[in-house]
Design a protein around this ligand. Structure first.
Ligand code: SF4
Length: 448
């Protein structure tokens, strides 16, 4: 039984921002349950790993990491949770050091599970009533070591894209209560967080019955957040094209409290490929118009996207079509994933599986196009004032509203404060070099 202040827990997250947010919430819950947080595996009695199964790459990364823990600290007891745990279940108990396997729907119970048991598996399957794991405790930026607060508003997904394993591991879409979210949002702002990032498996599916025949959705939830007083800005993590409404576009592009940044999980911009993926393809022209409209109306805003290349039966012509449409949009950055076969999905059984060399070539072509598009965007912003939130003090680095990671050589700054800068154009690793601009009395809503 581990239930005294001496027990030290360390936590790791592999995969998506939602996993990271859950680990942050777990850390706060464990601290308020009397546990001590260790900085590394060596100093821990218990190691919590929030795992990922979205690609074969993240799966092998998860396996390697779990196996490395008992080599570093043979005494540590491991809690394997998250999608890989949900998918592989009790078999994980055979891994050296793994004492508990906890599924996604039971994740919120980890503090009580490790307090009241020696080990075992908890793998209940999420249903529409399953709670969204949202920690009650909000740690200060100092305690959490984070500058941007991730607020998970939703979990699970009601769609069934042919290549995706997530709905079978995270369950149906569930949304956290609006009031509780606004309260957590307010506490985070009062604690001094300057940027709040809204996360979830599919945030556009946020739906909350709020009495009578009224239902809150992402837009009305945003309204509730933006009524909170304070010095902050809000960023949306990722949106599915189905949720990219004119209202969301206008809010993101036009509201100074919103980060002028959209990330859209398009996956492909070829109708035939989208059809293979069981994703909407009839609205492709409308989507193109909305994406290009956003670029045109808000030329300094960030517009990123996720792409999957090499989906089964994707021909060279279909890929070329997706590539040229993506180029026509003028994305300011993008994440490119090579299709990864997930057992249990429709795509895994499809004919026309694409070979790795072809996937590599398509990924390289897409990345090259996105890099060119990004350079064009950054050249547009040369010497334009940007408002960044400082994330590190040495070197001074931060991120802008339109999602540019910036380094400011020679500047002094305090983490979690605003700074006005102008890009110089020079790259520095994954950052862009910028100079500091005066005056300093800026807040989240002061113009860029
Ligand atoms: S929308 Fe599709 S890709 Fe996204 S989580 Fe749902 S099933 Fe997966």
């Amino acid at each position: 039984m581990f239930n005294d202040n001496a027990t030290a827990v360390t936590l790791y997250s592999i995969g998506c921002r939602t996993n990271q947010e859950e680990v942050a919430a777990l850390r706060a819950e464990l601290l308020s349950s009397g546990y001590r947080i260790a900085d590394n595996v060596e100093d821990a009695d218990i190691v919590v790993v929030n795992t990922c199964s979205v690609t074969s790459h993240t799966e092998s990364k998860t396996k390697r990491f779990i196996q490395s823990i008992s080599r570093v600290n043979p005494k540590a007891k491991i809690v394997a949770t998250g999608c890989f745990a949900q998918q592989h279940g009790e078999s994980l108990l055979k891994y050296p050091g793994v004492a508990w396997v906890v599924g996604n729907a039971d994740k919120y119970r980890i503090p009580s599970i490790i307090s009241n048991s020696e080990g075992g598996a908890r793998l209940s399957v999420a249903n529409p009533e399953s709670p969204v794991f949202l920690g009650d405790s909000v740690l200060s930026p100092k305690e959490s070591g984070r500058t941007r607060f991730s607020l998970k508003i939703q979990e699970g997904c009601d769609f069934r894209c042919a290549y995706c394993i997530v709905p079978s591991l995270r369950g149906p879409s569930r949304s956290a209560p609006k009031e509780r979210l606004v309260d957590t949002f307010k506490r985070a702002v009062d604690m001094g967080y300057k940027e709040i990032v809204l996360t979830g498996t599919h945030i556009g599916q946020y739906r909350q019955h709020i009495g009578g025949n009224r239902t809150a959705n992402l837009e009305s939830l945003l309204e509730g957040f933006l009524k909170v007083n304070g010095d902050y800005r809000v960023r949306l993590s990722s949106l599915d094209p189905r949720d990219l409404t004119d209202a969301v576009v206008a809010e993101v592009g036009g509201n100074p409290r919103m980060c002028d940044h959209l990330h859209v999980s398009v996956q492909s911009l070829c109708a035939d490929t989208l059809s293979l993926m069981d994703r909407p393809c009839r609205g492709l022209d409308a989507l193109m118009e909305r994406l290009r409209g956003f670029r045109g109306r808000y030329p300094e805003a960030g517009l990123g996207a996720d792409f999957i290349v090499g989906h089964p039966a994707e021909t060279e012509a279909m890929f070329e079509e997706a590539l040229s449409r993506a180029e026509a949009v003028g994305f300011t950055y993008g994440h490119v994933f090579r299709y990864s076969k997930r057992i249990g999905t429709k795509s895994a059984k499809m004919r026309g599986q694409v070979g790795e060399p072809v996937k590599k070539a398509r990924s390289a072509a897409m990345l090259a196009m996105l890099e060119k598009s990004r350079e064009k965007f950054l050249s547009l912003l040369f010497a334009r004032p940007l408002c960044i939130i400082i994330e590190s003090e040495n070197p001074v680095r931060g991120v802008s509203g339109n999602y540019i990671k910036v380094e400011v050589p020679g500047a002094d700054a305090v983490r979690n404060t605003w700074m006005r800068v102008a890009l110089t154009g020079a790259p520095s690793g994954g950052y862009r070099v910028a100079n500091r601009l005066e005056p300093e009395n800026i807040t989240a809503v002061s113009p860029n």
